[in-house]
Design a protein around this ligand. Structure first.
Ligand code: ADP
Ligand code: ZN
Length: 529
């Protein structure tokens, strides 16, 4: 029995070299492929560029039957399939952009077992017609790409993904692998529950991107565009990069402004005609030194290895978005910059959007918590990379030496005691309350809710009355950003302690807080990058 899988694994290595031309597996690829070849399910969390595709492509070549790949990125299917065909892999796709006769032809090829890989849009896959087709032939595996789309808390929720549960019911003996580059704990739990992956092995690659230097600056009264220009001129005078803005209008204006400064810059947002967007994307991929100024509409699935910088002129919506967007820099492993300048008005704006958005209150609450965590990351004085990785559940003992706070440490004070008070308040009130309530308890506001809960009798009631509310709120943001606290599962807005909080509560760890910077220091801060 063991020798059968050993044989399969040698075949997998042969395919890696002969078909794809690579010498060895990247971290986790070998273990994931081995698990699938033994018929097991997998959950693979790997950063963008980590090499997720091979994890299902190779087993599809080794196992009998066709590997079915579910992907929401219809626009990219043609390119993916063309690239595989160039390597001699028998690949095809099925989606709504094809006419009936093309679809019939591909279905016939599939039924005759003439395909190694078939890419299918999720809405297509869950149709009874497609499922029946699949039941008539051999399936090597199901790969569910961009699996975070099942999570309604995430930024890419796709209702059709919820129906993919049916795969486990209709094809219990076919291995399934879910893949994503979004890895917070909540999303992970959603994927496992929604795709019935309770028995899957989880593979979590390090999310560290050591070649990316993180810099986050609060603007004060300065102009974001001027700061951007100083940064680009100083560090990227002829490099390709992406500049993200919040609105279409500022995308257009910033692109025009960079052109007026003598750089080649193109605007990209969802309001532009499809051919205009396609042309901008094509130029970005082929021409050197082009800057794309874009809303978040740009970037999903773009594989340009030598993007040297990603700049944000506004705050993104969450740490997940920030990580995903900055992750488009430096995929070739060479040094790259993730640079962000934000103003306090960004926070106000994003909060308003969340408040006005449609959807249940619990959803908005989670969005607010995610925004708070990002603001916490922006405000914190310690190593950005440590915090970023801790947010995704990854501990790193040493500061990185390659972020603004490591390279030019901000003024800090010891916040251990105040952080302990904050965490104790969370604990003593039963981990059932949000920031505002917790601040009330700490400051000793005996309002009706506090009295009704009897929390005016707690030892933590009023222990923080010498500290302003804004400081407490900022502290809770920083504690969330650094993984000491997390949101509750139901989206009630409560803060809950994580494992990480224990050493801090026991006094085995110190917590540093940024000292609010006097106005005169704003100019000096530039030197950080
Ligand atoms: P992801 O889907 O995780 O973003 P991809 O599967 O697109 O990443 O892989 C990113 C890049 O790394 C691709 O150019 C791919 O060809 C390359 N790659 C993947 N696995 C290996 C490997 N074992 N050896 C060398 N290059 C690899
Ligand atoms: Zn650092």
């Amino acid at each position: 029995f063991a020798s059968a899988t050993d044989d399969a694994m040698s075949l997998a290595r042969a395919k890696l070299e002969d078909v794809f031309g690579y010498k060895g597996f990247r971290p986790l690829q070998g273990d994931i492929i081995d698990t699938i070849l033994r018929g097991g399910d997998c959950l693979a969390l790997m950063p963008t560029g980590g090499g997720k595709s091979l994890c299902y492509q190779i087993p599809s070549l080794v196992r009998p039957g066709t590997g079915i790949v579910v992907s929401p990125l219809i626009a990219l299917m043609q390119d993916q399939v063309d690239a595989l065909r160039d390597l001699g892999v028998k690949a095809a796709f099925l989606n709504s952009t094809q006419d009936r006769s093309t679809q019939d032809q591909i279905e016939r090829q599939f039924a005759a077992d003439a395909l190694d890989l078939l890419y299918v849009a999720p809405e297509r896959l869950v149709q009874e017609r497609t499922l029946a087709l699949f039941e008539r032939a051999d399936i090597a595996l199901f790969a569910i790409d961009e699996a975070h789309c099942v999570s309604q808390w995430g930024h890419d929720f796709r209702p059709e993904y919820r129906q993919l549960k049916i795969l486990a019911q209709r094809f219990p003996s076919v291995p399934r692998i879910a893949l994503t580059a979004t890895a917070d704990e909540r999303t992970r739990q959603d994927i496992i529950a929604e795709l019935s992956l309770e028995n899957a092995r989880s593979f979590i690659a390090s999310f560290d991107r050591p070649n990316i230097r993180y810099t986050i600056a609060e603007l004060g009264s300065g102009s974001a565009r001027e700061r951007l220009w100083q940064f680009i001129e100083a560090e990227h005078s002829s490099d390709a990069g992406i500049v993200y803005c919040l609105s279409r209008k500022s995308v257009e204006e910033t692109a025009a402004w960079l052109c007026s400064k003598g750089r080649k810059a193109l605007a990209y947002h969802a309001g532009l005609e499809a051919p205009v967007r396609a042309a901008a994307q094509a130029k970005f991929l082929t021409e050197e030194g082009l800057i794309i100024v874009a809303t978040i509409a740009f970037g999903m699935g773009i594989d340009k290895p030598d993007v040297r910088f990603v700049a944000h002129l506004n705050l993104p919506k969450s740490i997940e978005s920030y990580y995903q967007e900055t992750g488009r820099a430096g995929r070739d492993g060479e040094a790259a910059n993730a640079w962000m300048a934000y103003g306090l008005q960004d926070i106000v704006q994003l909060r308003q959007w969340i408040g006005q958005s449609e959807g249940p209150e619990a959803f908005k609450t989670v969005q607010r918590q995610k925004l708070d965590a990002l603001v916490g990351l922006a405000e914190m004085p310690g190593c950005r990379r440590q915090a970023l990785l801790a947010y995704f559940g990854e501990m790193r003992s040493e500061p990185c030496g390659n972020c603004d706070n490591c390279l030019s440490p901000p003024h800090t004070e010891d916040g251990t005691i105040i952080a302990q008070k904050a965490l104790s308040a969370v604990y003593r009130t039963g981990q059932r309350f949000g920031v505002t309530y917790l601040a009330d308890v700490l400051i000793g506001t005996a309002d009706e809710r506090v009295l009704r809960n009897g929390h005016d009798r707690l030892s933590v009631f009023g222990i923080g009355k010498d500290v302003p509310v804004s400081t407490w709120k900022g502290l809770f943001r920083q504690l969330t950003a650094q993984g000491y606290l997390t949101g509750d599962d139901e989206g009630m807005g409560s803060l809950v302690l994580t494992e990480r909080a224990r050493p801090l509560l026991r006094g085995e760890e110190r917590f540093l807080m940024r000292v609010t910077r006097p106005k005169s220091k704003v100019a000096k801060k530039r030197g950080a990058s």
